[in-house]
Design a protein around this ligand. Sequence first.
Ligand SMILES: [Zn+2]
Length: 168
Amino acid sequence: MGYGIIIIFSHNSQLYENPNKNKMTIKNPNYNKEYYKNNEEYFKEYREKNKEKLKEYFKKWRLKNKDKVKKYNKTPKRKAGSRKYQLKLKYGLTLREYNKLLEKQKGVCAICKNRELNKNFLAVDHNWKTRKVRGLLCKNCNLVLGNSKEDISLFQKCIKYLEEYSKD
Ligand SMILES: [Zn+2]
């Protein structure tokens, strides 16, 4: 929803009624931030009451401003915001908790101890049954675990098989 608020203030300051009946100005970019902070409760309530109206407004705005949205989605801030959202949604992790885990693992995969080269971040591995986060893995190790369906005996058979043929 944070994204939405930014759009309202920078592109349509008239959408919100001013609870203090003072006219809003968009000349000072910090003014709106301050204004929002001071009236946080009011905006929260307004959003709740006008959910459908706002949804419709944003839909129209995004269609009208496709280029702006595209540009904004490519900014590091937006990418980080989306990642933050995904972490919370999928694993219940905050960005700080993720970084703490990464620090604990010294920035490398928990299995192969390699750094992820393709992307700057490692995948979050969690137990599918308990949903508890186990550690951070590189793409490769994450795939191996996923494909094995976490069957330990299969790994043991793999080792046995590879050892057998390593004698050649
Ligand atoms: Zn790995």
